[in-house]
Design a protein around this ligand. Structure first.
Ligand code: NAD
Ligand code: WQD
Length: 339
């Protein structure tokens, strides 16, 4: 069995990736400090897959503990999701973001050196590009993040590029995610944000299920077809699959790669709301509100490199994403606390 350390494996993308890893013959081992998740999500993964899933409550900044876990499980690779991800919060608390994301990654990579673990997949973000100079963003678009969160992602990318250049690590996949939404089609795992959701899709789903009264649409005067923000939403299961493909590529062809993960299609806020109403059969009342500070009008990915380097293409469309988000939201109106 090929053991993979999955940091942040109890979170939204991590749980879905554990399921896909198991389906492809990998054995994930999870490390999470549960600052934005709970052990309940891992129990759901165990139940859904009927597979063992070793997990440790640990912080990636605890280098000695992570080294010990890597050695104990003889991990040959690491998929690194652990970190903080709320853009607005990162503006208010930059040091927390640099600590968790940059120092955390540094500590994890140090543990890998110590344990002799050589393969690394990193969760980066389209947010590293900043204000579009051209669209769709290709991987060679200038990098100019506009928030501390985005700066931390870019700093880790740079750390990885320097490590590769030094010869200390050869197999590195930097994956720049666009906007992951949706859930496993069973409705057993999904995104469970604490408090008021920052992101569009969980907010829409909570309105549809009756937890919130209406959606605030942040801006309807953008230079986009209907005036609302346009993003490249991709199904979280498609995203999870790309991580498995990255590990499979290392086996075939060692080296470092950076790829966008998006569908290549832009969808506006109003289009997403409409698709969600159709998928759920529930109304999503909305209210036009001022633009959210720091938002970009529109961006989407050029995913060609993901196809040529990983053989990855998105399989699900917006209606699939809405259907599966609704399966999760309607079966678990209060997230993992429901049961
Ligand atoms: P998430 O918050 O659901 O998952 C992150 C997990 O990491 C959580 O379970 C949290 O408890 C854990 N964690 C945080 N700090 C930790 C630490 N110091 N030590 C150990 N565990 C820690 O987020 P997600 O949506 O699953 O995102 C996963 C990764 O993908 C993040 O790095 C995020 O920045 C990146 N990303 C997410 C998106 C998105 O829209 N969801 C887009 C681009 C990139
Ligand atoms: C999408 C659209 C909003 C909420 C963020 C991070 C990015 C990545 C994904 C981690 C925008 C509009 C939203 C609401 C709304 N995360 N909106 N009402 O801003 O593209 O990306 O999450 O890496 O780094 O920046 O995603 O889902 O917040 O917003 O009208 O209540 O929905 O203005 O046009 P975003 P989002």
């Amino acid at each position: 069995m090929k053991q993979v350390l999955v940091t942040g494996g109890a979170g939204y993308i991590g749980t879905h990736t554990c399921v896909e890893l198991m389906a492809q013959g990998y054995s994930p081992v999870v490390v999470d400090n549960f600052c934005n998740s709970s052990p309940a999500s891992l129990d759901r993964v165990r139940r859904l897959t009927n597979h063992e899933l070793p997990s440790y409550e640990a912080d990636i900044r605890d280098t000695a503990r992570i080294t010990e876990i890597l050695k104990k499980h003889n991990c040959e690779s690491v998929i690194h999701f652990a970190g903080l991800k709320a853009v607005g919060d990162s503006v208010a608390k930059p040091l927390e973001y640099y600590s968790a994301n940059v120092m955390g990654s540094h500590s994890l990579l140090t543990a890998m050196m110590e344990a002799g673990t050589k393969r690394f997949v990193f969760s980066s973000s389209a947010t590293v590009y900043g204000e579009p100079v051209f669209l769709p963003y290709t991987e060679s678009h200038p990098l100019s993040p506009t928030s501390p969160y985005g700066q931390t992602k870019l700093a880790v990318e740079q750390m990885l590029n320097d490590l590769v250049a030094s010869g200390s690590m050869t197999d590195v996949a930097i994956l720049r995610y666009f906007n992951p939404i949706g859930a496993h089609s069973s409705g057993q795992i999904g995104e469970d944000p604490h408090g008021v959701p920052n992101n569009l899709m969980p907010y829409v789903a909570q309105v549809a299920v009756g937890r919130r009264t209406e959606l605030n649409v942040f801006g309807n005067d953008y230079d986009t077809p209907d005036g609302t923000g346009v993003r490249d939403y991709l199904h979280v299961v498609d995203l999870a699959r790309a991580h498995v493909l990255a590990l499979q590529r290392f086996e075939r062809e060692p080296g470092a790669i950076t790829v966008n993960l998006g569908t290549g299609q832009g969808t506006s806020v109003l289009e997403l709301v409409k698709a969600f109403e159709a998928a759920s059969g529930r109304p999503v009342p909305l209210n036009f509100a001022p633009r959210r500070s720091g938002d970009i009008a529109a961006f989407w990915a050029d995913p060609a490199q993901a196809e040529s380097l990983l053989g990855w293409q998105a399989e699900y469309d917006i209606s699939d994403m809405c259907r599966d988000q609704w399966a999760w939201q309607s079966q678990n109106p209060n997230g993992f606390e429901t049961t």
